[in-house]
Design a protein around this ligand. Sequence first.
Ligand code: HEM
Ligand SMILES: CC(C)=CCC/C(C)=C/CC/C(C)=C/COP(=O)(O)OP(=O)(O)O
Length: 294
Amino acid sequence: MSQKNSTFQDYIELSKPRISFFCILMTAGGVILAPGNIDFLSFIMTLFGTSLSVASANTFNMIYERKTDKLMRRTRYRPLATGRLKVFNAVIFATALGVSSIFLLAIYVNILTASLAFIAIFAYSLIYTPLKYKTPLALVIGAFPGAMPPLLGWTAVTNKVDLPGLVLFGVLFAWQMPHFIAIAIYHKEDYTKAGIKVVSAIRGDHVAKIQAVLWTIVLIGISVLLVPLQVGGLIYLGFSVILGVWFLRLSIIGLKRDVLPNWPRKFFLASLVYLPVLVLGLVADRFIWMLIGK
Ligand code: HEM
Ligand SMILES: CC(C)=CCC/C(C)=C/CC/C(C)=C/COP(=O)(O)OP(=O)(O)O
């Protein structure tokens, strides 16, 4: 690979592309599910502006953690941890992404969506990231910006923060708990080395697993709430319950004494299946009722 290509690759890596892609899918879900229409340009700008916001937040996170990232197997090859990119350049990159995202959202979408994106960048970079080194409760704080992408899609259409939009936010909020608790179990040693306070390291795997089960129950409850709020219909209801029971069963298996050592990774992968499939179920439900003509 040429130097030019590898530098480009490094900038892409600063944005955590896979997580960012997932966030964009959630924003697209929010736009599709929200009542009302938006024009094509606003739709594209919602997705583009959100991508830039997420990339900015992720880059600020990597700048802050460049020294501790060196201590963890998972993160030690990141561009700032290895010194392949200069911190100054990353700060310029993150600031340019953040500022342009807020302007684009404010100009082409609406002020509310731009403000929420600003709050998310701020909360993730300046509150959640330093808090990771102080308390496992940082996860609950980090889940606020993490849950923002579908709400940004929703407010892009509705221009208001209403109950259905907040419940969609709630689904993503609750989902992040089992998602991360699984990771915190299989990367516990790494987190301990880096001084990051995760529940599995502070209170033990069993407490972490119980929390994962409880949050999964909350997640199922919130996902079902979308039905009385008319974001999803009866097809989605059946779908979300089956998916939820599958995910809950897997979380409960983790509590068994003789659980296989690869359970945390399996549960993490299941979280990556659960979320897009749930959103797909909501969108499919919407289109099926439209086709039937209801
Ligand atoms: C506070 C909330 C969150 C925390 C602490 C967190 C943490 C992490 C970590 C540490 C990994 C790497 C796992 C590994 O390498 O084994 C990961 C992977 C992943 N996360 Fe999250 N996450 C959070 C929220 C989210 C959100 C909101 C999304 C998107 C909607 C997301 C999507 C993903 C995806 C797609 C992966 C797999 C791809 C990859 O490893 O790059 N996460 N998460
Ligand atoms: C609209 C907007 C700006 C939303 C913010 C969305 C966002 C950045 C969500 C990601 C949440 C996440 C990946 C947390 C992991 O951080 P970590 O520090 O635990 O991960 P790491 O150890 O891989 O650095």
